[in-house]
Design a protein around this ligand. Structure first.
Ligand code: NDP
Length: 567
């Protein structure tokens, strides 16, 4: 399978910065074989120059495509004629410098045809894009069935029409130009992956990538206004496609919207002593969500709809928030969610019976019981009633045992998410000393098991409420300190070895002394610890998003296993 990544219009230097910050890791993580990027807004928002293109190639792009702004910088004329990795719109008059389609070699050796076309509706005049597409695709198919078409056009109708026109002849038809990502990614019946618009890469606190104040003034006054690329709320928009290189048919399409934390990246680069590097959860959680969506999509294509039952007893407000978040994240991945909310007062036997019925239902692949259960229901017998192969929370004794033995099973979402977060941020683990504060079966104990397992290879100490005063000294010996004690701000700077990595699992809602809006905080005193640690997870925005993402991934894995489609 060949994995193609198409990056939506890169807007000026903020867009290039996002690309440099995210693409190398993204490319590796998604196993991408060829990166195609629309560059027509990459030089200060308008056009491309030799130097800017060099930046894009250095960031990891293999091919650049263009659009109506490609010639905005004078430098582009010569450059277009010379650069074999730049593809300009094909439907321009003969004699226009450059080429409208090219064959590129992906990193797995597969030849990939790349075509660029301009729309005609509400755009500058160009030749017929449909006939130009026919000519390009016919020429390319003599060399390769894997063909990517970037259609730089204004209207959805024109783009959708081209998608149908090329269905069965191109692997991907993706629209660019509007800078707003559409939610219509799909594979057409002939095997062509289609997305009406891939969006943009740059600042989203903007009007389609440009500083919103200037853009707004232009609308309000109708006077000429210099537009500059926006720098707030940076994100990368892209689309990932898996293509069977023997036929050119797409097997999966996934659009991506990845936030870019400029401050965290700057800490990473400079190692600034203004505080520890932030180990944020948004990027790794997004990576897990992408993986889950791709795998769920493959199941849907095969006629299997992954389904998760979310069981709760009573209406504990915090539990309701967690259930809503898990439900939304699952729905976004294409997982069907069945909410089973039982009233407070339901007996343990009745909850167990309900869970057993879900366990026997072949249409339900995962069962998650949200703890705590309202009395008199007792959580443990209910957890044990979940068949281990549907236990996506990994709390069943069989899964706990499998984890301890290093056998495949389900790993509890929070410790599993912490591990993925550490791996995502490149934290070295092997041979180092981890101290895990807390020994619950949900977080502390499975966390210690994972970190000490073969592959992670850490030396692990577990602390708990009976560890006594020595615990602080033990914690100060940790290279990695994981706090999961359920006590707000228990871990202060004097618990942390200078340069240690600190993971804060705790979540507490604290009301400020003088009233006002409550805020979330963790088991770690962030303000003091960040001056001692080398890296730290924030609360909120650290471990929390990972927990939700891992539940989604575990559900997809459960559905794969039960339908005989395990990777
Ligand atoms: P539990 O209450 O089940 O376990 C807490 C653990 O901390 C116990 O092992 C306890 O020891 C230990 N402990 C308590 N006080 C101390 C102390 N003073 N010194 C040393 N150890 C102590 O909590 P969970 O493991 O379920 O959760 C821990 C925290 O993580 C909570 O704040 C929870 O809200 C949060 N959480 C966050 C999630 C996320 O997605 N970010 C998901 C799950 C939990 P003993 O065993 O001796 O009682």
């Amino acid at each position: 399978m060949t994995h193609l990544l198409f990056i939506a219009d890169v807007i000026g230097s903020p867009g290039r910065e996002v690309l440099k910050g995210l693409l190398p890791e993204l490319r590796q993580r998604l196993g991408v074989h060829l990166v195609v990027c629309n560059c027509e807004n990459s030089a200060a928002g308008f056009g491309v120059t030799r130097e800017v293109a060099k930046d894009l190639f250095q960031a990891g792009c293999d091919v650049l495509t263009g659009g109506n702004h490609l010639w905005d910088k004078k430098d582009a004329m010569d450059y277009l004629a010379e650069e074999p990795r730049l593809v300009r719109p094909a439907n321009l008059p003969p004699g226009t410098p450059g080429e409208g389609w090219r064959v590129m070699r992906a990193s797995n050796g597969v030849a990939v045809g790349v075509v660029n076309l301009l729309g005609r509706v509400f755009m500058r005049e160009a030749d017929d894009p449909f006939r130009a597409a026919d000519a390009a695709v016919t020429a390319l198919r003599a060399q390769t069935p894997v063909i990517l078409v970037d259609f730089h056009a204004e209207t959805t109708a024109e783009k959708i029409a081209l998608g149908w026109h090329l269905d069965g002849r191109a692997s991907l038809v993706v629209g660019t130009h509007t800078h707003v990502q559409t939610a219509d990614d799909r594979i057409l019946p002939g095997g062509t992956a289609f997305l009406c618009d891939a969006g943009m890469t740059g600042g989203f606190d903007s009007v389609i990538g440009m500083d919103r104040k200037g853009a707004l003034r232009r609308f309000l006054t109708q006077l000429p206004e210099r537009l500059t690329p926006a720098e707030g709320d940076l994100r990368l928009n892209a689309v990932l496609v898996h293509v069977d290189e023997s036929t050119g048919r797409a097997t999966a399409i996934q659009r991506l919207q990845i936030p870019y934390d400029k401050a965290a990246a700057s800490h990473r680069r400079t190692g600034a002593d203004t505080g520890a590097r932030l180990l944020t959860g948004a990027e790794p959680a997004d990576a897990v969500a992408i993986e889950a969506r791709m795998r769920a999509h493959a199941l849907l294509e095969a006629g299997v709809t992954p389904k998760l039952a979310l069981v709760s007893v009573g209406d504990d407000p915090a539990s309701q928030v967690y259930l809503r978040k898990k439900g939304e994240a699952c729905a976004e991945a294409g997982i069907e969610v069945l909410r089973v909310g039982l009233p407070a007062g339901t007996s343990t036997a009745d909850v167990v019976a309900r869970v057993r019925a879900l366990g026997a239902d072949p249409g339900v692949h995962g069962i998650l019981v949200q703890l705590p259960l309202a009395p008199p229901a007792d959580g443990q017998p209910v957890l044990e009633a979940i068949p281990p192969h549907k236990d996506v929370d990994g709390f069943h004794p069989e899964n706990a045992g499998r984890l301890a033995l290093g056998l495949p099973g389900f790993v509890p979402a929070t410790p599993y998410g912490v591990l993925r977060l550490l791996q995502h941020h490149g934290i070295p683990l092997a041979g180092r000393h981890a101290v895990v504060l807390g020994r619950s079966h949900i977080v502390g104990r499975p966390m210690a098991t994972l970190l000490s397992a073969k592959g992670c290879d850490m030396t692990v100490t577990i602390g708990h409420s009976a560890s006594g005063p020595d615990l602080q000294r033990l914690a100060r010996d940790a290279d990695l300190l994981v706090a999961a004690v359920g006590r707000p701000h228990m871990v202060t700077a004097d618990w942390v070895k200078p340069g240690a990595v600190v993971v804060d699992v705790g979540i507490h809602r604290l009301a400020p002394a003088g009233g006002g809006k409550s805020r979330l905080t963790g088991d770690v005193d962030f303000e003091s610890v960040r001056h001692v640690a080398s890296a730290i997870t924030p609360v909120p925005g650290g471990v929390g998003p990972m927990t939700v993402a891992m539940v989604v991934l575990n559900t997809v894995i459960a559905a794969e296993r039960q339908s005989g489609r395990s990777a």
